[in-house]
Design a protein around this ligand. Structure first.
Ligand code: 13P
Length: 248
C-alpha cells in the first residue's frame, strides 16, 4: 500500500508569530493523523520550522530552489542550503513558478535533478490550464511536463520523488476538480510511468492540489490513484488542514 502524503504549501503567507500559532495548533491535533504530513514555508521561516518541528511527526520543505549548486546567482537558494535547515521536501515546478517566473519544463527538470542530488525529495507539480483542458490537451501537457523530468533524470528517479497534479484552473479558485476528473489524470500519470517501470509506478505518491479542503478531501483521497494532497489556502487554517490530514 502506498502512503498518503498531505503537504501544506503556505505560498507567500505567514509571519513568525502567525506560523507559531498555526504550527502549535497543528501539532496539538496530530495524534490521530495516520497520513504523512509536511509543510512548505517561505525560505526565511525554514529555520523556525527546523526548531519547531524537529522530532515531531511533521516534515518540512521549501517551495522553490535554484537549479544551480552555488555561484553568482543573486537572490537564489540552493538545495544544500535547504538541507542545512532540515528540509525533506522541495516543491519544484509549481504552476505559479511556471506562469509568473517563466520556469520552463527544462528548468523544472534541472531543479528536480539538483534537489535529488542533494538528497531532497522533490514534489514535482504538473497540471494544465483551463484553456488547455478545454482544448482537450490535458494529457499532452502533463505528459510533456513529465517527459522533461524523465529525460533528465530517468524513471528510477521517481522512486525518490512525489508528483503533484495541480490543475491550474483549480488553484486558489474554489473550483475543485471533481474526483473523477482528478482520478482520470492521476491514472494517466501512473499509467505513463507504469509503461516504463511497474514497481516505480505502484510506489509513486501522486498528490492532488487545487482547492482541496476538509469538505472535499475524503472523496478525493478515496480515489485509487490519489495518494495525498498539496494544500494551499486550507493549509493556513489549522482545523481545515488537520481535517484533510485525518481524511488521508
Ligand atoms: P489552493 O489549495 O489554495 O487551491 O492551492 C493549491 C496549490 O497551489 C498548492 O500548491
Amino acid at each position: 500500500m502506498r502512503r498518503t502524503l498531505v503537504a501544506g504549501n503556505w505560498k507567500m503567507h505567514g509571519s513568525l508569530s502567525e506560523n507559531e500559532s498555526l504550527l502549535s495548533a497543528i501539532l496539538a491535533g496530530m495524534a490521530d493523523v495516520k497520513a504523512d504530513v509536511a509543510v512548505c514555508a517561505p525560505f526565511p521561516y525554514l529555520a523556525q520550522l527546523q526548531v519547531r518541528l524537529a522530532g515531531s511527526a511533521i516534515a518540512w520543505g521549501a517551495q522553490n530552489m535554484s537549479q544551480h549548486a552555488k555561484g553568482a546567482y543573486t537572490g537564489e537558494v540552493s538545495a544544500s542550503m535547504l538541507k542545512d535547515f532540515g528540509c525533506k521536501y522541495v516543491i519544484v515546478g509549481h504552476s505559479e513558478r511556471r506562469a509568473i517566473y517563466g520556469e520552463s519544463n527544462e528548468i523544472v527538470a534541472e531543479k528536480y535533478a539538483a534537489a535529488q542530488a542533494a538528497d531532497l525529495v522533490p514534489i514535482l507539480c504538473v497540471g494544465e490550464t483551463l484553456a488547455e483542458r478545454e482544448a482537450g490537451i490535458t494529457e499532452a501537457v502533463v505528459g510533456h511536463q513529465l517527459d522533461a523530468v524523465l529525460n533528465r533524470a530517468g524513471v528510477a528517479s521517481l522512486a525518490k520523488a512525489v508528483v503533484a497534479y495541480e490543475p491550474v484552473w483549480a488553484i486558489g479558485t474554489g473550483k475543485t476538480a471533481s474526483p473523477e476528473q482528478a482520478q482520470a489524470v492521476h491514472a494517466f500519470i501512473r499509467g505513463k510511468i507504469r509503461a516504463l517501470n511497474g514497481a516505480v509506478a505502484e510506489g509513486l505518491i501522486i498528490q492532488y492540489g487545487g482547492s482541496m479542503k476538509a469538505a472535499n478531501a475524503r472523496e478525493l483521497l478515496g480515489q485509487p490513484d490519489i495518494d495525498g494532497g498539496l494544500i494551499g489556502g486550507a493549509a493556513l487554517v489549522a482545523d481545515e488542514f488537520l481535517a484533510i490530514c485525518r481524511a488521508g
